[in-house]
Design a protein around this ligand. Sequence first.
Ligand SMILES: [Zn+2]
Length: 401
Amino acid sequence: MDLLIKNCVHAGYGKVVDIGVSNGRVVAIGSLNPRADTVVDARGCLVLESFVIPHLHLCKAYTLDVVGLEAVKLYRDNHMSNSSKSVEYAAKVKKHYTVDWVLNNARRALDECWKHGVTHIRAFGDVDSQAGLEAVKALLKLKQQYRDRILVQVVAFPQQGLFTDPDSFELLWKAMELGCDVVGGIPWLEKTEEEMEKHVKHVFDVAAAFDRDVAMLTDDAGNPDLRTTEMLCVETLRRGWVGRVAACHARALGLYPPERIERLAALMRGAGVSLVSSPHTGSLWAPIKQLIQSGVNVALGQDDINDAYYPFGRGKMLEVAFLAAHLLNMMGPGDMEALIKMVTVNAAEAIGLKSHRLEPGSPASFVILPCRTLLEALAHQPDPVYVVANGQLHELGCSKI
Ligand SMILES: [Zn+2]
């Protein structure tokens, strides 16, 4: 074997095990004594699947100084009823967009994420009349530079809408030609329901032309009349894109009556549409517990790091899960497991990685944390001592076992 981790607590197995890695994959879990090139004694520490960020506005990281806290207030106030205005307000950051400017900010964010055990990120890069293609060009460069540690999926994201910013139609296509991995959308921002539906259809047209997955920001305002999550599911089924689509935010669902959520959950389940929620970045959020109970794949995203929508954030998914535990009132039996899943395996599934599980046969991407239990991991949010990224061992050395 290439790597043998001895004496770690595997939460799923509920006991101390050894983990063997060969050719980038987990090949055995149990009581093992094979020859290995590298042997690490984890001394009873917790091992988890590595952290996955299924939604991050990476091109905006560390831009709060440019727009100020007024932007954050505008997004959150009045039960999120001004959020479309805040998108316009926040756009002033984009006059600074050059490849190098975005690159420096985004690199700083990726270094933070890595320190906290993140190995996969779905990164949204704005493409619109103000941002041009600068953001996605920067993110595509970073994707190459970080590929040995963090696998970055770049989403071409028309942040200002399509019909509300018509240059974005062509820019979205060009961004996909540059090599973006995922087609993004934001249909709820359009002015009429008809344009919202056309927006969804157009994004799928692009996805079909390039054979790419889809990730859209849906219903991100305090308005129960919004129904772009539903439109997204209907189009997913119509195009045969089942299992390849994620809805991010969907905050208006928090205002839907329970029976309407039940119907939408059945639609999401049938379309294999994941929900990526970030309750900490707004004052309203989707009813996550009800959606989980209804069998929808729900994940948590970091969403923002120090930008016009959220002043905090450091790419630490244990912190995101900790905040969610409070906001969603998830502190009962089974909740620690559910919270951790939403930042590891569920987050991976939301970005199309179905085999991100710490079990034999899966790609070896996991973290060793200096604690014993999931509850301790959430309570203290320790940084990992070791990260195994695609079979390669990295000693971070920030914390000691
Ligand atoms: Zn977002």
